[in-house]
Design a protein around this ligand. Structure first.
Ligand SMILES: *Cc1c(COP(=O)(O)O)cnc(C)c1O
Length: 374
């Protein structure tokens, strides 16, 4: 070996050289190891604290027998079931290893270094990563400041103003993570209709099942009308299957055909396919989870009110609360065995994102927060 200087960074593509990896929430086991505690509570990754449907667990266990076989690459049963649920054809569905996988596939299909993608300030962190990895340019629209729409929410006019001839993708999270803000049907429909034909809209509905806000749309019903629309959903949130990694995109079949060219053939494993399929059979359990989330959200909001804290109204299973000095509060809460998510990396240094937990977990958070603030 001659040169000893590590120049691998220079070998990477320009997009990857500038890439900052996604920061996941701190796992419970890591906190317990570091602090020598045993009863840590994690409200940091918008996971479902009630777990998946028992039907999903049973289905997952049952297929363990077949693990020496490859999963069905097309995800035939699951894709067919999902298509049926949305009154679409099977060839409208693209399965993903979580919806993050689908978002990345979309970026790889439509973006090059000559292209641009538009999204909002405070939008979900996977959009800038997927765009950067493709070497494309991110055009970030300022969020609402509170004068013309909900503060921190996507400003569709500001986003529209950034769409140009090189734009290929617009990412919209509805509701958005970490802000919890959402967009209503009329505004969103008008925005999508106004886009030029060379722009694809990605509507990320990861929290769809949780939302009970008036005017909140099911954008999957718009696919017939907007061939440039891609709707993404996931089993990671309300369905409680984050650990299995299953998500999907719904789109025009020609778009799905492109996405499926890039998709790895076995990106959704056998256990995940079986559990997701069974989870869809248990709508009663889903309703139970959504109801408990609603109660937990009320518990948290009442607690924040009691502590004199402001928060951003959220349509999801999480809420951004303004504690001031987010990173310090985060550390202080860790010391009390409670993991939340600091969002300084989103440009929100005074907020913490708190996932709605079980009643006992929410009470732990509120008690620890009270100590940390005084
Ligand atoms: C959690 C989340 C996802 C889904 O991630 P998976 O890869 O499906 O686990 C997608 N979009 C947003 C906005 C999210 O918060």
């Amino acid at each position: 070996m001659s040169a000893t200087i590590n120049h691998f960074l220079n070998l990477a593509t320009p997009g990857i050289q500038a890439l900052q990896p996604y920061l996941p929430g701190k796992p419970v086991a890591e906190l317990e190891r570091e602090y020598g505690i045993t009863d840590a509570v994690k409200l940091a990754s918008n996971e479902n604290p009630f777990g998946p449907s028992p039907l999903a667990l049973a289905a997952a266990r049952e297929v363990l027998e077949d693990l020496s076989r490859y999963p069905e690459g097309s995800g035939w049963l699951l894709a067919g079931r999902l298509a049926g649920l949305h009154a679409l054809e099977r060839d409208s569905v693209t399965l993903g290893n979580g919806s993050n996988d689908v978002l990345d596939i979309i970026a790889r299909v439509f973006l090059t270094p000559a292209h641009e993608a538009v999204f909002s300030q405070y939008a979900f962190a996977v959009y800038p990563i997927a765009v950067q990895a493709a070497g494309a340019k991110a055009r970030i629209a300022p969020a609402h400041d509170g004068s013309k729409g909900p503060a921190y929410g996507h400003d569709l006019d500001a986003m529209y103003a950034l769409v140009g001839p090189d734009t290929r993708l617009v990412f919209i999270a509805n509701p958005n993570n970490p802000t919890g803000t959402w967009l209503e049907s009329n505004a969103l429909e008008a925005f999508i209709s106004s886009l030029p034909a060379h722009v694809m809209v990605v509507l990320d509905e990861a929290y769809f099942e949780y939302v009970d806000k008036p005017g909140y749309p099911d954008a999957s019903a718009w696919l017939q009308r907007f061939p440039n629309l891609i709707v993404t959903r996931t089993f990671s949130k309300a369905y409680g299957l984050a650990g299995l990694r299953v998500g999907y995109a719904l789109s025009h079949p020609d778009v799905a055909d492109l996405l499926n060219r890039v998709r790895q053939p076995f990106n959704v494993n056998m256990v995940a396919q079986a559990a997701a399929l069974a989870a869809l059979d248990d709508s009663e359990y889903l309703q139970h989870v959504v109801q408990r989330n609603r109660e937990g959200m009320q518990q948290l909001l009442a607690g924040f009110g009691g502590l004199g804290l402001q928060y951003i109204e959220s349509a999801g299973n999480f809420v951004a609360v303004e504690t001031g000095r987010g990173l310090q509060r985060y550390e202080a809460l860790l010391q009390r065995g409670v993991i939340v998510r600091p969002i300084a990396n989103y440009g929100m240094p005074d907020h913490l994102r708190v996932t709605v937990g079980r009643a006992d977990e929410n009470a732990r958070l509120l008690a620890a927060l009270e100590q940390v603030l005084t």
